[in-house]
Write a protein that binds this ligand. Sequence first.
Ligand code: PSU
Ligand code: MN
Length: 334
Amino acid sequence: MTTSTTLRRVSRIHRRRFLTSSRRSTNAPVDIHPEVEDALAHSKPVVALESTIITHGMPYPTSLDMAQSVESIVRSTGSVPATIAIIGGRVKIGLELRELERLARRTANPMKISRRDISAAIVSGRDGGTTCSSTLIFAALAGIRVFATGGLGGVHRGGETSMDVSADLHELARCPVGLVSAGVKSILDIGRTLEYLETLGVPVVSYGESKDFPAFYTRQSGHQAPWNVTDPAQAAGILYTHWQLGMTNGALFAVPIPEKYEAAGASIQRTVELAVRESEELGISKSGKEVTPWLLNRVKELTKGGSLDSNVALIQNTALVGGKIAVEFVKLAQ
Ligand code: PSU
Ligand code: MN
C-alpha cells in the first residue's frame, strides 16, 4: 500500500470514527440528508452551501430562487449540493425544498448562527441560517471538502479598534474545507482581512486569469492574492496536497464576479462607501452581528435592488466553480 493510500484510509477511518462517536452514539442533533450521506459514503463529490445568505443576506423570494438555482448549478457539475442550516433545533446537512422555503420565508424567525450561537440555538429549538463559520464546522463534521458561498466575512473597517473580525476567518483556520467565494466585500477592510488570513496560515488563491483578489461586486480589490490557479484541477490539487501533508485548516479560493457585472460593480462600490459612512454615523457599525446584514440591505436599497442581481450572479458562479473543484478533488482522493 502506498503512503497516500494509507493516509487516505486513515483519514476515512477518522471521519467514520468521529461521526460515529460524536453524531451517532451520542445522538447528536445532526441530520445528514440521505442523498448527501450516500454521496459521501461512495466518495462522490459534494459541495456545502451556507444559509445565512438565505435568511439574512437577501430578501424573499430572491433568496429562495437563488438557493434553488445554486443547488441545481452544483448538480450540473456532477456534484451533490448540501445546503446547511439549523431547523427546529437540529443541524441539517442537505435540505428539502420545504426546508429551504421555511428559511427563505423566515417562517420560524431564523437567527444568524455563527460558531458561538450553535449550541444555544439548538437547545432552544430555533431555526438558523448558518454563516460561513458554522457552515464550515458542519461541512467538516460530515466530511465535505468543498463549500461555495458568495462573500466571506472578514476584518471590518475600523476593526483595528472595534475588534470586529468575523468568526469566519478563524473557522477557516480550524476546518479542513476549501471555501470558494467571490472574495470579500468592500464593506470590509480587505487588506487587513488578507493580513489576518496570512497570520492564520490559510492559503488564499485567486481563481481565473489574474492574481487580483476580487472584491465581491468588482473583480479587483487592489490587493493581490499570494497564489493563482486557472482551473479546477489545480485548485483540487492544492487542497489534496495541503491535507496530504497533515495540515488541518481550510483554504480560500476567490473567484471574481463574471465580467458582464463589472460596470454595475463600479457604481455599487460607490454606494458601499456611502452605506459604510451611514453605518458609522448611526452607530450601526458598533452593533456586532447586525452590521453585515444592515450594510447588505442598505446597499440593496441605495442601488434600488441592483446589487441583488450581482449578488445572485456571483454566488451562482462560485457554485459552478465549487462543483467542478469537488469533482476534481474526488478523483485525487480515490
Ligand atoms: N457577505 C455577503 N452576504 C452574506 C454574508 C456575508 O455578501 O450573506 C454572510 C455570510 O454568511 C458570512 C456572514 O459568513 O455574513 C458574516 O457575518 P459577520 O460579518 O457578522 O461575521
Ligand atoms: Mn462581526
